[in-house]
Design a protein around this ligand. Structure first.
Ligand code: ADP
Length: 503
């Protein structure tokens, strides 16, 4: 169906700015400087559009991590950042956002060749989103305050009591590979607004933009040691960060499996922990929808970023009266989503990030077929070079199948019919996850009723994956702990101190 056979999947040539970034010596950004690792191991950077090795970066050692944490600790303790006037912190954060915008084209290209996402998508979503997180959180820098509170059990005039909000301290921040720059900025922005300091580690698959961001952190005037960026593997460098006694808070985005491990590892020293984890988000399509609008919308909900999105609408539940039309309409979007090299200007979907991810997604598709699912669209890999998987719709599925239960993190949607609203809500909630959900309907009352019943941290109505720095984002159930973004996202980086003085 809608086969596209003539796509040239040769990756395009990189720009000079990107070639320069790729030619950098592998180093770590610690205490405001580019420094060599104490070891000599490196990790290769691969362009998933071609499979070519294009650069390498440091595999940080324990010693490197200790050095970065020590820099963050010194910067926190001497108050070089948190004691600046909030207006100064705010200005520096805006300057950092300005610099990201000034280098937008390079960031978009770096992200494209590292993750495999279309450059146009990175330019439209990732880069402006990254700058927006700094701008939004910059506004909070000057608005952090406590309150006075009269004691309940003591006579009036006896005590003066108040609360103050203080930065939590040294943070260890670990981000995944699907939105590397966006996730790094989403993590660093509340650190800067609150007056904390951080050691941030990008994913080992995608470290290019975080390293480039480090240059801009320095250029914007963030004092040395406040933001340290280290590269390396999760089970070594990441693990060292999470267990480090001088780290006060861990912020992690990634898989539920690793999130649980990190939560356990952070427990010994009772660190503050926020976790943004996996999902298997249901999308409910009601019988009253305009199919011409809804079908491309629910296709985008799963195929955007090759489905490598924690909130991907990976379980579609369409009312039986519109099911056939909706899946047909989704299938008609196949040429639009046909995977192309990330620097092809016509690309809306690129390859998956790595061979490992490609094989994992293909493994799920095969398991779905073995379990009896039908392939309505895609289900195959279109090319030998690069890690492409065609956008895939599976039907004839049931709630026991792994393709319905587990997070695939690829362009694969399982489509199911429903008749009764109570049944579909129960099925939608029948999952370990609770990150996000979608409802498509013209009936506002039905939309709110369904939203109230879905166990998810975010519910979208007639749209999907609309994420904004001002709106809190967090998971129910095994999709996370705590919130990022919005006021709650800031508060996750603050302690509350009560001061009581006898008058
Ligand atoms: P994915 O399954 O999507 O690759 P992961 O949850 O494995 O995502 O990884 C997300 C981030 O967590 C990456 O930066 C990775 O290096 C890091 N990570 C993986 N394992 C650990 C660990 N044991 N401790 C700390 N960080 C880890």
């Amino acid at each position: 169906m809608n086969e596209v056979t003539t796509i040239d999947r040769t990756q395009r040539e990189y720009s000079d700015a990107v070639k320069k970034a790729l030619a950098r010596a592998p180093q770590l950004f610690i205490n405001g400087e580019w420094v060599d690792s104490s070891g000599d191991e490196t990790i290769d950077v691969e362009d998933p559009s071609s499979g070519a090795i294009i650069s390498k970066f440091v595999e940080a050692t324990d010693k490197d991590i200790d050095r970065a944490v020590a820099a963050a600790k010194a910067a926190f303790e001497d108050g070089r950042w948190r004691n600046l006037p909030p207006v100064a912190r705010e200005k520096i954060m805006h300057r950092l956002a300005d610099l990201i915008e000034a280098n937008a084209d390079e960031f978009a290209e770096l992200e494209a060749i590292d993750v495999g996402k279309p450059k146009g998508m990175a330019a439209a979503v990732d880069v402006p989103g990254a700058a927006a997180h700094f701008r939004y959180m910059a506004g909070w820098a000057g608005k952090i305050g406590g309150e006075t509170q009269a004691p309940y059990s003591m006579p009036g005039g006896m005590m003066f009591a108040y609360t103050v909000k203080e930065p939590v301290g040294v943070c260890a921040q670990i981000v995944p590979w699907n939105f590397p720059l966006l996730m790094a900025c989403l993590k660093i922005a509340p650190v800067l607004a609150s007056g904390c300091t951080t050691v941030l580690k990008p994913a080992e698959q995608t470290s290019l933009t975080a390293l480039r961001l480090a240059d801009l952190v320095a250029e914007a005037g963030v004092p040395a040691g406040v933001v340290n960026i280290v590269t390396g593997y999760g089970h070594t460098a990441g693990d060292r960060m999470v267990k480090h006694p001088d780290v006060d808070k861990v912020a992690f985005t990634g898989s539920t499996e690793i999130g649980k491990l990190i939560n356990r590892n952070a427990t010994d020293t009772l660190k503050h922990v926020t976790l943004e984890l996996g999902g298997k988000s249901p999308v409910v399509v009601m019988p009253d929808v305009d199919v011409a609008e809804t079908a491309p919308g629910v296709a985008g909900a799963i195929f955007f970023n090759s489905g490598q999105v924690c909130v991907a609408g990976s379980r579609l539940y369409a009312h039986k009266s519109v099911f056939d039309k909706v899946v047909e309409g989704m299938a008609e979007t196949a040429p639009f989503w046909a995977p192309r090299p990330s620097l092809d200007p016509e690309a809306h979907m690129g390859p998956l990030v790595s061979k490992e991810q490609h094989d994992r997604v293909m493994g799920y598709i095969e398991a779905g077929k073995r379990d009896g699912a039908s392939v309505l669209m895609g289900g195959d890999a279109p090319s030998d070079a690069g890690y492409y998987v065609n956008p895939t719709i599976l039907t004839d599925v049931n709630p026991q199948m792994s393709v319905v239960r587990e997070e695939i993190f690829g362009p694969v949607v399982v489509a199911q019919r429903f008749e009764d609203l109570n049944d579909v809500v129960r099925e939608a909630n029948d999952t370990q996850y609770g990150l996000a959900a979608g409802v498509w309907t013209k009936d506002a009352s039905a939309a709110h009723q369904i939203a109230s019943k879905l166990q998810a941290g975010t519910v979208w109505v007639n749209c999907h994956a609309m994420i904004d720095p001002a709106l809190p984002f967090g998971g129910y159930k095994e999709s996370g702990v705590g919130h990022e973004q919005g006021r709650l996202g800031l508060e996750a980086y603050l302690e509350t101190k009560t001061v009581m003085m006898k008058l």
